[in-house]
Structure formats: structure tokens, C-alpha cells
Write a protein that binds this ligand. Sequence first.
Ligand SMILES: Nc1ncnc2c1ncn2[C@@H]1O[C@H](COP(=O)(O)OP(=O)(O)OP(=O)(O)O)[C@@H](O)[C@H]1O
Ligand SMILES: [Mg+2]
Length: 256
Amino acid sequence: MSAPLLAAQGIVKRHRCAAGPAAVGGVDLCIGRGESLGLVGESGSGKTTLARILAGLTEMDSGRLIWQGRALAELDRAARADYRRAVQYVFQNPLGALNPRHRAGLILQRTLRGLTTLDAAARAARIHTVMAQVGLERTLLQHFAHQLSGGQAQRLAIARALLGQPRLLILDEPVSALDVSLQAQILNLLHELRQAQGLAYLFISHDLAVVERLCPRIAVMRDGLILEQGRRERILSEPRHAYTRALLQAHPRYVQ
Ligand SMILES: Nc1ncnc2c1ncn2[C@@H]1O[C@H](COP(=O)(O)OP(=O)(O)OP(=O)(O)O)[C@@H](O)[C@H]1O
Ligand SMILES: [Mg+2]
């Protein structure tokens, strides 16, 4: 069997000055190639902290990450750069994640220059490809980020994440800042992108209906720990943990 795309072992993180339990208190997690894993849990349960560690954006106190079978700490520079390119993070608030004073085109150009050594013509072609993939008109490249609607901004953030042909997108509540009608559009887009490109997702959401739709496997997090993880059907029909049952009951669709 081939190694998972990304495995996390014994991840521990305590934020500076934070009292109470560690934000992440010893987590093991595995994401297969092309797999979509859902991560659910109440506010403050540690989802973002864990996700940022997986993406290399936050340092952990202990534990290790294994990228395609090799411990990240032992990778050479080239392999580490490959991991950085291949794991991309999409934030909850797209407008906050994009520099409002930059035009969309510049935002994509900067990212692409950081990721690749493509020449100007190849960069333009790549940018046009990702714009088409996320359903944005090319003319939007001239617009400043602050002129974009919430839905356009999240599409642009997804386009930026796709530029370097990633293997794993970490989607941290990618639709919760959007109106309900836009949420469905972005979720459809994410569903189609994964089908078309064989991307893996770590999809973080409070909303079990969203996770159910996009994620065949679900992990439930509380107080820095993964309480249970398993196949979607099992988690939804036979939750093993009282907390998972409470999450299900909080959602009208799952009240029996
Ligand atoms: N930079 C930080 N400094 C100090 N404490 C932090 C920091 N970031 C998060 N925390 C704390 O760590 C815990 C986990 O926070 P985290 O943001 O990972 O949770 P979350 O599950 O993503 O929550 P939400 O659903 O609200 O996004 C919380 O108690 C939070 O207050
Ligand atoms: Mg969060």
C-alpha cells in the first residue's frame, strides 16, 4: 500500500499565554491521496490550530508530519519546497486573506512568482487556466481585491491556492463567511474541482450538512483532541461519542 499523502502523529500545540487544555493535545490524523477528510467541532476546539500546523504555517510543540511517507523534518530543501507548494490553505474570510489594495491579477502574479520559475507568458497562461477553473472572468484580474464580492473573493482565493498545482487544499470554513446562496455555489465548485483534479481536501466546518456532502471520512474534534473519526455513514448513523451525538442533534436534519 502506498503511504498517505500527509500523516500527522502526536501533534501537540499550546499557544503562548493560553490557560486550560492545549489547543491541540496529541492528535493523529491521516489524509490519503485524493481523499476528502472533514474536520468538525465547536468553536475553540483546535481545528484551525491543527490545520495551520499541517500546512506548515504554525510550529508545533511536539509531534511529526509525514509527507508522502517521509518525515518532514528529514526532507531536503527541494522536497520541503515541494510540500510547501503542494499544501495550500484557503481561509475563512477571503477578503481578509487578500490584500485589498492589490489588483486580482497582481495577487495571482505574486503567488505564482513565489512558487515557480515560469516566464511571463507561461504565468499569464497559468493564471487564465485557474481563473477558468474557478469560474471567474479574466476581466476581474484588473479589479482591486476590495472591489470583489465575497463570492468572487473566495473564488480568487481558491484560484490562488490552485496556482502551483497543489495536492492538498486545507479549507478552513471556506463558506461560512458567505451568504447561503453563495455557499452552495462555492461548495459545488469545490466538489467539481476535486473530481476534476484528484485533489485531497481537509475540509473544516461547523456544518455537518456541508461536511457530509463533500467528505467521505469525518473526524470530530473537541478540546484539542480527535474524539472519533471514521466513514461518513458510520459517524452519522452510529456516532460513538456523546459529543458527536450532540453535534448531530444540534443539526435539524439529523434529529431522529
Ligand atoms: N494565536 C493564538 N494565541 C493564543 N491562543 C490561541 C491562538 N489561536 C487560537 N488560540 C486558542 O486555541 C484554542 C483553539 O483555537 P482554534 O482557533 O484552533 O479553534 P477552532 O476550532 O478553529 O475554532 P473556530 O471554530 O472558532 O474557528 C482556543 O482556545 C483559542 O482561543
Ligand atoms: Mg478556526
